[in-house]
Structure formats: C-alpha cells, structure tokens
Design a protein. Sequence first.
Length: 273
Amino acid sequence: MSRLEQRFTKLAQSGRRALVTFVTAGDPNLAATVPMMHGLVAGGADIIELGVPFSDPMADGPVIQRASERALAAGTSLKRVLEQMREFRQTDGDTPVVLMGYLNPFEAMGYNKFATQAAEAGVDGVLTVDLPPDEAGEFAAAMKASGLDCIFLVAPNSDDERIRSICDKAGGFIYYVSLKGVTGAAHLDVETVAERVRTIKTFTDLPVGVGFGIRDAESAARVAQVSDAVVVGTAIVQRVEDLCGRVEDIPGVLEQFAGELREAMDTATAQAS
C-alpha cells in the first residue's frame, strides 16, 4: 500500500479529511524548502504538494507565478527539487509528497530517469498540469513502473465521459478544480463543488480532493464537508512571499496557518457527522 493510500485510509477510518498543502520548491530559496515542508506537517498537513518551478506556469495565478520566478532565480532545477525531497525523507518517512508541475522539465530529464530518481528520493505521486490523461501513456507507464501515482485534474466543465476516462487512468486521488480560471481565483461555490464531487465518485473509488479558490480556514472547512481532501496553495505561497525578507520566520507562520486550517476542517466534519 502506497503512502497516499495509507494516509487516506487512516483519515477515512477516523472520519477526517486530508489537508493537502502546496509550496513551490526553491521559493524564496533552496534552503527554505525542507523547513517549510516540516512546518506544514507540524501544523497538520497530511500531504505535501511540492511545486516544481517552471518558466511558463499557465495554470497558476500571479502569486504562484511569482513563486516560480523567485525559485528559478535562486537556481532551482528538477534535480535540486529531488535533492530537497531526499533531505525531507531523512526525517519524515511517512508524509506523502506529490510533485506538481509541468511536463517540460520531466520530459527534458527523460521519463524513465525521472520516475526512477523521484521514487528513490521518496516521491509518491506526480501531477502534471499540462498533460491530458489521454496523451499520458508513455509518461504514465514510466511512473507506474517506479510505483508512482499519476494524479490528474478534473475540470468544472468535464462531462461524464471525460470524467470516466480520467478516473480510469488516475492513481492516488482525483484532483477536482473547483472553479474555472487559474490558481488563487475567487468565487468558490461549495454547493456546486459538492454536486460535482458526488458525480466524480460514481466513476471511481479513489479519494477526491478539491483545490483552487480555498484561501482560509472558513472555506477549507466548507469544502472538507463535501470532499475527501482540501488542497490549499495560493494562500500558503502568499504567506511565503510576504516573508521573503524574513525567511527564518516562514516555517513557523506556515505551521500556524496549517494548524488553523486543520482545526477548522476537523471541527466542521465532526459537526457534520
């Protein structure tokens, strides 16, 4: 059983939802990455999404775009992201980590080489934003051969046939994009999210996580009541940006924010049960 499966199983048994937190590797510098990850876990994060910085992050809003720019300026590369993963695993062998990024860096390294090195570094899954599932055959085969889950996005306007196709190819969990637009957009409609999550669950037994537009404890709590996982990215990366001049304070601030999200989610799901 993979780390992701173990984590979701354990949470389901206790009636809790997964808190999935995103940070961009190398932002604001390489030395900050692992302490940020540990801070989020200490605050209650169940799964870490570690962003691989890319020069043209088309699905990301301005906050995460700037994070990629800072990370690349600091010399972050895919090779160095995997080095950070190995360092994280020296003291945390349990928390699932998913690399989230764009296809080009993985393709440049070579799918098989990347999959092998990612697995050896302790990565559990990969979410490639700009790779449609129906074009992911070679990539997905390489990931599967190394025991990595391929996580795919379901869009708000995906029809049933498309959802079924995505679910048939996915592993780890399904990532439902809760609204049209880029990361950090507003106007989260939880009733619509709940309806779409129910639809996705008719096609898969995998957990369904919801991301995009979840910016605080209140919205995290609301989404936790209708999904298996709550994904928070832009709100975390904004806090990193705000503290670029005080890097040493970032892990503590992220720990506190993750704790607020965790408490709100647990309270909401306990009340609903």
